[in-house]
Design a protein around this ligand. Structure first.
Ligand SMILES: NC(=O)c1ccc[n+]([C@@H]2O[C@H](COP(=O)([O-])OP(=O)(O)OC[C@H]3O[C@@H](n4cnc5c(N)ncnc54)[C@H](OP(=O)(O)O)[C@@H]3O)[C@@H](O)[C@H]2O)c1
Length: 315
């Protein structure tokens, strides 16, 4: 009896080990395909062939600016959208002089509601839009408890409008002509904090979960119609939003990050964008979720304490 039980446990152990080994091998193959071989094997979508124009929201800084520059480098004309006209004109003139493509700029505040989209639609009318990058997004000034957010009710409206309404409406504006032409790519910039619960960034995390779900659903709805929908979920990138200046292997610059993420379009419908972020996700997925959430909350609590201390000093 004891020997039989022993043999059963040994068999169960062998099956579990084989399953885990298979899962790890599959993840390694997927990562190699997405981040190392997709370009050289021509697996990623050729974005320049989808239409004459690309539209990027939040295009004057950080990740959005990197998308705008790298898409212009492929020869796509650019529509740049963000709030500040002077920054838009500066970015547009940089792009024109470097890449000899056409540009248009639209100054708009995506924290506003549905009323802004009629004008955007009019300004985009007649352009053959092959690529839409829904990049604009806002977070908290620092991690905080929901009720302690400054002007919490306004923050809810602003964040839902900026992070969720903007991408949904921009898709509704650009997708019809992509569907008619049976070509197009929609890249939605989400966040790793939308993949699992992120206390002290509750609103932000929830809006990014919306981005993930909408993107994944649209990917399945439109893949047979020739349209690629990709959700990009970065961890930290060195931008104004993250307030991180020093780049490293785990915290890339926007240029490095976007260059890697563009290689995954058409290969991964949900991408972490680069090898180091994919690895971070993989390691965290192997740990119990409650442990990861508690640990994240601990780190964010310390960040909050430091920010409050700094705020107290400056007041
Ligand atoms: N950086 C990270 O570590 C990180 C990590 C995960 C996810 N993300 C996501 O990546 C995206 C880009 O973030 P980022 O770090 O590149 O930000 P960023 O460097 O702060 O750039 C934000 C861009 O969006 C524009 N913008 C901001 N608020 C706007 C509004 N209300 N209406 C219109 N335009 C607006 C800004 O220009 P104006 O100020 O002139 O409007 C700027 O062009 C966001 O969706 C963010 O959630 C970033």
């Amino acid at each position: 009896m004891f020997i039989e039980l022993n043999q059963a446990f040994a068999a169960l152990g062998a099956v579990t080990a084989s399953y885990l080994a298979f899962k790890i091998l599959l993840s390694i193959i997927r990562a190699l395909k997405a981040y190392f071989f997709s370009r050289s094997l021509g697996l990623n979508t050729n974005l320049a062939k989808l239409g004459k124009w690309a539209v990027v929201t939040g295009a004057t800084d950080g990740i959005g600016k990197a998308y705008a520059e790298q898409l212009a480098k492929m020869g796509l004309n650019m529509v740049l959208i963000s709030r500040t006209m002077s920054k838009l004109e500066e970015t547009a003139s940089e792009i024109v002089s470097r890449y000899k493509v056409q540009t248009r700029v639209i100054a708009v505040d995506f924290c506003k509601g549905p009323e802004i989209y009629g004008d955007i639609e009019t300004q985009l009318d007649g352009l053959e839009i092959g690529v839409l990058v829904n990049n604009v997004g806002m977070s908290y000034p620092f991690p905080n408890y929901f009720l302690e957010l400054e002007n919490v009710k306004q923050k809810i409206v602003d964040m839902l409008n900026c992070n969720c309404l903007s991408m949904s409406m921009m898709i509704a504006i650009c997708l019809p002509q992509m569907e008619t032409r049976r070509k197009g790519a929609i890249i939605n910039v989400s966040s790793a904090s939308g993949l699992s619960t992120c206390p002290l960034l509750a609103l932000y995390s929830a809006t990014k979960a919306y981005v993930n779900f909408l993107s994944q659903c649209l990917h399945y709805e439109y893949q047979d119609k020739g349209i690629v929908v990709q959700c990009v979920a970065p961890y930290f990138v060195t931008t104004k939003l993250s307030k991180i200046k020093k780049k490293s292997w785990t915290i890339p610059s926007p240029d490095t990050y976007v260059s890697s993420a563009l290689g995954t379009v058409g290969v991964e419908s949900l991408t972490m964008g680069c090898t180091s972020h994919a690895l971070q996700k993989y390691v965290l997925e192997c740990l119990p979720e409650s442990m990861v959430t508690k640990n994240t909350m601990g780190i964010l609590k310390s960040t909050r304490a430091r920010a409050l201390k700094k705020q107290a000093k400056t007041n």
